[in-house]
Design a protein around this ligand. Structure first.
Ligand code: DX5
Ligand code: ZN
Length: 220
């Protein structure tokens, strides 16, 4: 089943409860919450207290995308805040295998996020402790950027790797995911679609209409 994951860094922070209620009713599948440290990426966004707030507002799975150096320092913090899934960047830790193992041992789904220039072979020896891979289709740090077209082949190559190894790993695509990029990302093997300013939070339409249009693209 293909899933829609609204990116809550794009939500109206003055109306989080109202937006979450509308998105839940519109039938989204999980929430994508971006965490940034101002070092790995030149921006700051949300934090553990925001996760705690969202946890009180919805039963949908909370997917935490940590764009921070040494994310192993924060796994307990985000677990206690109510996270169901945590993706860490392969580029930010010297202990990828141990940190992924810890995420799974705490009962959460473990993800690896990889930047556009990072090759897939960083995953070679950790496939057994991964539940999902986040293919960054833009350079991380900001919403509203442009999809890097070379990422289509990367999605296809990852899908082939997962199939060849007979694994049950989901492929999440994150960055400028919308009507121009969903069809080919889906065709190449993506299964979870992060909804930001090009889809769920596309200006001019309501969240409900945007979710409906996005679901139609996934079902198309
Ligand atoms: C960027 C974040 C994305 C971003 C997506 O670093 O990881 O989740 O919010 O926003 P759009 O879809 O507008 O690129
Ligand atoms: Zn993200």
């Amino acid at each position: 089943m293909l899933k829609i994951a609204p990116s809550l860094m794009c939500t109206d922070l003055g109306n989080v409860e109202k937006d979450i209620k509308e998105l839940d009713e519109a039938g989204i599948d999980l929430y994508h919450i971006d965490i940034m440290d101002g070092t790995f990426v030149p921006n700051f966004t949300l934090g553990p207290d925001f996760v705690k707030t969202v946890r009180e507002l919805t039963d949908k799975p909370l997917d935490i995308h940590i764009m921070a150096e040494k994310p192993e320092r924060f796994i307990d913090l985000f677990h206690q805040a109510g996270s169901d899934m945590i993706a860490i960047h392969a580029e930010t830790t010297n202990n990828l295998q141990g940190t992924l193992t810890k995420i799974q041992d705490l009962g959460m789904k473990a993800g690896v996020a990889i930047n556009p220039s990072t090759p897939l072979d960083v995953l070679d020896y950790v496939y057994n402790v991964i539940d999902y891979v986040v293919i960054m289709t833009v350079n991380p740090g900001f919403a509203g950027q442009t999809f890097i077209p070379e990422m289509y082949d990367k999605i296809a190559n990852l899908k082939a790797e997962i199939t060849n190894r007979n694994l049950n790993i989901e492929i999440m695509v994150d960055g400028n995911i919308g009507k121009d990029t969903i069809p080919k990302s889906k065709e190449k093997g993506a299964t979870i679609f992060v909804g930001g300013t090009s889809s769920v939070y596309k200006s001019g339409l309501s969240l409900t209409e945007n979710v409906k249009n996005t679901r139609n693209l996934l079902n198309g």
